[in-house]
Design a binder for this molecule. Structure first.
Ligand code: ARG
Length: 470
């Protein structure tokens, strides 16, 4: 057994695990990113141990200084990781002991990696959820700006991906801003779910040492102390909450990206993505592909997998810590990283795309989208809606057979279908009027969309304030 393969828990063991299995058992490649949180947690623990008289203040000072040196090495990328270390917790403890001797060996008093890893992960999630929430605000801001800058642009609204009724482009953008508003709330809820301290639970049952868990929680900025030591070391709900928040956001981004892909196609031509956020083809010189939108759509599948993966790890897991729990971080970190870059990509595409108002308007002109309005016109003059529906259906057929839009029919033709039609019916058919008529609350009429925009701005400002509280 070579020296470098002796693990910290080596005392009880006579043989070293095979090297391949050592890699299998390790989480270091995944959890090394938790080094800042691990050092903060160790410092808080050492301060508390000293204050409680469990270790001397000299030892605590030596630990503090040693951790400072280690943090600097990690920061500079000069820290030497050893194959024998299962995880970041062992790596740092080993380095500390090498630096400060026995003081380092006292740090782990009344602590287990079980409460340590839960503490580190919670600190990390709290910080990352906050950062993702901030990014969500940026994307909402961009959607709102698009709505403001294109207030009068009319586009076809769809159901079944068939043209249904004209809507304001601003209305469509704001629909996504509301989706991201809910995502923001979910993200903050995930942040707050992580905001409770497991430190001091030790391995599972607490400890006989006179700990002050409130002190370590306060030093680490946790809002509270987890009241049950078993729950403290085995709860990963905060990770489920986080991945769920990431997943729903990815699903929303994926829907938006699907529209960007469609809209940027030659067939739609509603938008033009900027060159910087498109890619060319290696064989077809004319191509400009919406790769980033497609990647966001594709990566959504992986993030959904991250959620299902952790749910499956947790299902049927007995209390308290089980090594299965080491599998909690890879998917969670993947979800965080994927969402972070997806938000950057989507924000970039939205901020730099060209809105082709003409093409949207032209698209809104066809497709007989004023048909409902024509039927409403008759209904408003006393024709039962079902009869009106039939009359307009016949008119659509007339228009379709002669290759015209409803707007291009003459008043005579309308009156042949129903004598109730008059000059005003022609007015009602105009696309601006079709849109302007939808004045119900939440509707697409410019007056309602202006109100909605004000609400969206208000909620964005409120959420900005909410975020800056911490
Ligand atoms: N590497 C472990 C993890 O990520 C740390 C906790 C290990 N605890 C234990 N009892 N083996 O979960």
């Amino acid at each position: 057994m070579s020296e470098k393969n002796v693990a910290l828990w080596g005392g009880r063991f006579e043989g070293a695990p095979e090297e391949a299995l050592q890699a299998f058992g390790a989480s270091l490649p995944v959890d090394r990113r938790l080094w800042e949180q691990d050092i903060a947690g160790s410092r808080a623990h050492a301060h508390m141990l000293a204050k409680q008289g469990i270790i001397s203040s000299e030892d605590a000072a030596a630990i503090d200084a040693g951790l400072g040196t280690i943090a600097a090495a990690l920061e500079a990328g000069e820290f030497e990781f050893s194959l024998a270390d299962e995880d970041i917790h062992m790596s740092i403890e080993r380095a500390l002991t090498k630096l400060v001797g026995d003081a380092g060996r006292r740090l782990h008093t009344a602590r287990s990696r079980n409460d340590q890893v839960a503490t580190d992960t919670r600190l990390y999630v709290r910080q990352q959820a906050q950062a993702l929430a901030r990014q969500l605000l940026d994307v909402r801001g961009t959607l709102i700006r698009l709505a403001q800058d294109n207030a009068a642009v009319i586009m076809p609204g769809y159901t079944h991906l068939q043209k249904a009724q004209p809507v304001l482009f601003a209305h469509h953008m704001l629909a996504y801003s509301w989706m991201l508003t809910r995502d923001f709330s979910r993200m903050l809820a995930a942040r707050d779910a992580a905001d409770s301290s497991p430190l001091g639970a030790a391995a599972l049952a607490g400890t006989g040492h006179p700990l002050d868990r409130a002190q370590t929680a306060a030093e680490l900025g946790f809002a509270s102390v987890i009241p049950n030591s078993l729950d403290a070391v085995s709860d990963r709900d905060f990770l489920l909450d986080l991945i769920y928040a990431c997943t729903v956001t990815m699903v929303h981004l994926s829907r938006l990206c699907e529209e960007l892909i469609l809209w940027s196609s030659d067939e739609f031509g509603f938008i033009t993505l900027s060159d910087a956020l498109s890619t060319g083809s290696s064989i077809m010189p004319q191509k400009k592909n919406p790769d980033f939108a497609e990647l966001v759509r594709g990566k959504t599948g992986r993030v959904i997998g991250d959620l299902v993966g952790l749910l499956t790890v947790l299902k049927g897991l007995p209390l308290a810590y089980n090594k299965d729990l080491q599998e909690d971080k890879e998917g969670a970190f993947d979800a965080i990283d994927t969402l972070r870059l997806s938000l950057v990509a989507v924000e970039g595409m939205l901020a730099t795309m060209t809105v082709n108002a003409e093409a949207m308007r032209a698209g809104a002109q066809g497709g007989f989208m004023a048909a409902t309005d024509l039927a409403d016109f008759l209904a408003a003059r006393g024709v039962p809606f079902r009869d009106a529906h039939e009359v307009v259906g016949r008119l659509v057929l007339v228009a379709e057979k002669s290759g015209r839009t409803l707007e291009e029919l003459t008043l005579e033709e309308l009156r042949t279908a129903s004598p109730v039609f008059d000059e005003e019916a022609l007015e009602a058919l105009k696309i601006e009027n079709v849109v302007a008529r939808r004045t119900s609350t939440g509707g697409t009429a410019p007056v309602r969309v202006a109100e909605q925009l004000a609400l969206a701005v208000e909620s964005l400002e409120a959420d900005k304030n909410l975020l800056s509280v911490r």
